[in-house]
Design a binder for this molecule. Structure first.
Ligand code: ADP
Ligand code: MG
Length: 384
């Protein structure tokens, strides 16, 4: 069912509660990556241009239900002012009389950011009382927090009951549109490229996408649980032994050639091998695997990538991930990437602009692609 969009609302002079995902990385109070802020700018600008008075709320970090100065959103308000080139008020409280007073005073086109939602226990508990307090700040609701949509929390689930209209913002819509194209898999060849540390994080999505994807290319640490399940020698490489039966069943269900695994490896001592010696630790996919993966990537009509191909934080073990990033950037099909580390690698290589869509939600994108309904989306008003 389609959901109400930002464009369906009557915004002039309206007080709007915007749930954003401003969960940005901070280093001693300095924002080291403001991509999630940038991604929300189209929604913020639209609200401004249409005369809304916008109260913004977000979580940041894991303060566990009580105030923690290290997780304050104040630096976010400052960065937003800079990006929007206009004043963004900050309320050091999340809800309550002060936040209500500051919201009521907002002028047409104005912005107010309230303090971290997770300073309140009610947020993660999806508590109706806290949701009611949040809703008291505004008249209409817009959700743009795709990165939080896989969790039913007060600010994206319970809160919607207290508004006559709860709509999706542009970022949330864009995420659902691109990831929806991946999930529905109408274009072929449809290719999925997975990497990262743990197979257990991604088995649900592998198993779901194996029913629709023409090929799944698996690299990174998770590949070694797959290779082990095939009875291959993996030395001392990363493995999750308790997942082997599940992976073996998955490999047996797959069509021949559907799941593609690394054919060579770079060990932690820099050696390139086809067969990992006892005690050897694979830290990256080898050159033959890079070529093999790049060939498959080149022929994809639509592609999703999550997870680095090696221990990319430690050069030269970033070479496999960079090779794959270049192949994805050159792929003429529709290209979508998600996941914190794979996106960081894309950014570091300056290739992010070559993809059609970069998801702002790691966990949310995987859960959505695995076919799970997202509570944050379900809670929005249906379009009739
Ligand atoms: P993403 O954030 O893109 O979803 P993950 O968080 O699942 O990715 O995995 C990223 C981590 O996987 C990185 O820290 C990287 O070092 C690790 N990793 C990748 N390949 C290997 C490997 N061969 N051995 C050990 N760790 C690996
Ligand atoms: Mg990660």
């Amino acid at each position: 069912m389609a959901k109400l969009s930002l464009r369906d609302l009557n915004l002039a002079e309206a007080l709007v509660l915007l749930r954003a995902d401003f969960n940005v990385p901070l280093d001693s109070g300095v924002i080291t990556d403001d991509n999630r802020l940038q991604a929300t700018l189209p929604t913020l600008r639209f609200l401004h241009d249409h005369g809304a008075r916008t109260v913004i709320c977000s979580h940041l970090g894991r303060p566990k239900g009580k105030p923690d100065a290290r997780c304050s959103l104040r630096p976010v308000a400052e960065r937003l002012e800079h990006l929007l080139e206009r004043n963004v008020g900050f309320c050091p409280e999340t809800v309550g009389p002060r936040a209500e007073e500051m919201s009521a005073k907002l002028e047409r086109g104005g912005f107010l950011l309230v303090e971290n939602l997770r300073f309140q226990l009610g947020e993660e508990a999806n508590d109706a009382g806290f949701a009611r307090q949040l809703a008291a700040l505004a008249e209409l609701y817009v959700d743009d927090a795709f990165g939080a949509a896989h969790r039913a929390h007060a600010s994206n689930s319970a809160v919607t009951r207290f508004f006559p209209q709860a709509a999706a913002g542009f970022l949330l819509q864009r995420e659902l549109e691109y990831l929806g194209r991946i999930r529905d898999a109408r274009e072929h060849p449809f290719l999925v490229l997975l990497g990262g540390a743990k197979a257990s994080d991604k088995l649900a999505i592998v198993s779901s996408l194996a029913q629709r994807a023409d090929q799944l290319l698996i690299g990174g640490g998770m590949a070694y649980t797959f290779l082990r399940a095939q009875g291959r020698e993996i030395g001392a490489s990363l493995v999750e032994p308790d997942r082997i039966p599940e992976v073996r069943a998955l490999l047996e269900r797959a069509r021949p050639g559907q799941i593609v695994l690394p054919v060579d490896h770079v060990l932690d001592d820099g050696r390139v091998v086809e067969t990992i010696p006892p005690g050897g630790k694979a830290f990256d996919i080898g050159p033959a695997t890079r070529e093999l993966f790049a060939r498959h990537v080149a022929s994809a009509r639509i592609l999703f990538w999550n997870g680095p191909m090696g221990v990319f934080e430690k050069p030269p073990f970033d070479a496999g991930t960079l090779a794959v990033a270049r192949a994805v950037a050159e792929c003429p099909g529709v290209t979508v990437a998600g996941g914190g580390d794979s996106v960081a690698a894309l950014r570091a290589s300056g290739l992010e602009g070559k993809l059609d869509h970069i998801s702002t939600g790691g966990g949310a994108s995987l859960e959505f692609l695995a076919g799970d309904p997202l509570p944050g989306v379900e809670a929005l008003t249906d379009k009739i």
